[in-house]
Design a binder for this molecule. Structure first.
Ligand code: FDA
Length: 397
């Protein structure tokens, strides 16, 4: 129940991250009286740490195909109504310089602090009130309004936007409270798991690679029907790098992974050419020209052998080609939420309107950003989802 002393707002937004701030400034601009409740001492901590401090704030090639969800169509409407160009317009209006790194990924030239400052300035201009260091104690609803009890008092509003993010990087303020609020209002949850996360190896596979920690090479990594071509990095605990982070969102425990170690070559042609033109060269020497030397050496020690290539018969050459095209990886797990960039799963989309993000069970209740079962690839897609879903709810609420 909203008690009599509660401060009343049109909209209370729980969580002052990417999605929460975008929904707040959008609603504020439309004349709504908005309060943002953020339990950390400052807003937008994940924005600050993102993109190596330069925030990969969007991807110009964003389409629904880069998102994982039990319902791949859910994200379409919000993404169509708030595009990367809409966010770029805001960035440009604030004079924030940016550049494209690769594959449509846009980064600040200077610092991700500029993105947080921009969002806070826009909130201030739209008269949004922000309370940081404010913990949520309970959220209830009577027939008219939501009552939010916090460490800084009681608030009431007819609309409540839940933007509390996922479970990744708990030390940055992730709590999972959004899931509990969703369940308390009869929303179904899709089981959560860590995404965009390094994979771990154990036992023999780890022993065979751990001393190569730091070695990085471009690969085409396959898991089921999904594949990503980008760098793979060997770490002390297993494998990381963009291709591994991307595939981790698709990988399930026990599933087979393979890496094409020469994604830029026709492997059969390359081996045949080497055999014809440099028959006395050792396999390790040849492979070291196209794969980092230490990794090539380990491959030869473990599986390929290191004789002059002329001594490789047809079967041995074809086995070598197969190994290079589909090097098997036996991952034992992931590094979990401690290092994951995102949380897969969350509030099931079948309980939400895809146009407004509003609950189908309780009018006035909205979920946006990472708390929903919509997760993007690495490369600025997750922020674009935060902006787009935040804009959808902020416009509708
Ligand atoms: P977000 O987590 O941003 O915000 C949730 C807010 O709710 C937080 O401020 C939190 O403190 C607050 N909160 C939680 N519990 C609360 C409670 N009980 N009471 C009050 N407040 C509470 N994406 C991308 O597109 N490009 C990139 O470069 C990166 N880089 C990146 C790096 C790292 C290290 C991480 C961990 C993640 C990324 N991401 C990314 C992912 C991106 O940060 C993420 O998808 C968005 O921040 C999600 O936005 P949300 O607003 O939904 O959650």
């Amino acid at each position: 129940m909203a008690d009599r002393q509660a401060s009343v707002y049109d909209i209370v937004v729980l969580g002052g991250g990417a999605a929460g701030l975008m929904s707040a400034l959008t609603a504020g601009r439309l004349g709504r009286r908005v309060l943002v409740v953020e339990h950390a001492e400052r807003c937008g901590k994940k924005i600050l740490m993102s993109g190596g401090g330069r925030c990969n704030f969007t991807n110009t090639g964003t389409t629904p195909a880069q998102f994982l969800s039990a319902n791949p169509h859910f994200c379409k409407s919000a993404l169509a109504k708030f595009k990367p160009t809409d966010f770029i317009d805001m960035v440009d209006a604030h004079g924030i310089r940016w550049h494209e790194k690769e594959l449509g990924q846009l980064f600040c030239d200077i610092s991700s602090k500029q993105i947080v400052a921009m969002l806070l300035e826009e909130c201030a201009a739209a008269n949004v009130e922000i309370r940081t260091g404010c913990s949520i104690e309970s959220v209830t609803h009577n027939t008219v309004a939501f009552a939010i009890a916090t460490s800084q008092g009681h608030f009431a509003s007819e609309r409540l936007i839940v933007a509390t993010g996922g479970l990744s990087i708990p030390r940055m303020g992730a709590t999972g409270i959004g899931y509990r609020i969703a369940e308390s209002f009869n929303h179904r949850l899709v089981p959560t798991r860590a995404g965009l996360v390094p994979l771990t190896l154990s036992g023999k596979p780890l022993e065979q690679l751990a001393d190569l920690a730091g070695v990085s090479l471009p690969v085409e990594l396959h898991c089921g029907r999904q594949s990503f071509t980008n760098a793979m990095l060997i770490t002390h605990r297993g494998l990381s790098g963009p291709s591994v982070l991307q595939i981790s969102s698709y990988w399930r425990e026990g599933q087979a992974l393979t890496a094409n170690l020469l994604p830029d070559h026709n492997i059969n042609d390359l081996l045949a050419q080497w055999r014809a033109t440099r028959p006395d060269a050792h396999m390790q020497t040849l492979l070291s020209e196209v794969i980092p030397k230490r990794f090539a050496q380990r491959l030869c020690e473990l599986s390929i052998g290191n004789a002059p290539i002329k001594q490789f018969g047809a079967k041995q050459l074809s086995d070598t080609a197969s190994l290079l095209a589909a090097w098997p990886i036996v991952a034992s797990g992931t590094e979990g939420y401690r290092t994951a960039e995102v949380t897969l799963g969350g509030v099931a989309t079948d309980g939400l309107s895809s146009a407004t993000m509003m609950s189908k069970h309780l009018p006035g209740l909205y979920f946006i950003g990472e708390v929903i079962d919509v997760t993007g690839w690495l490369g600025g897609y997750n922020f674009q989802w935060a902006w787009a879903s935040g804009h959808a709810a902020g416009t509708a609420a």
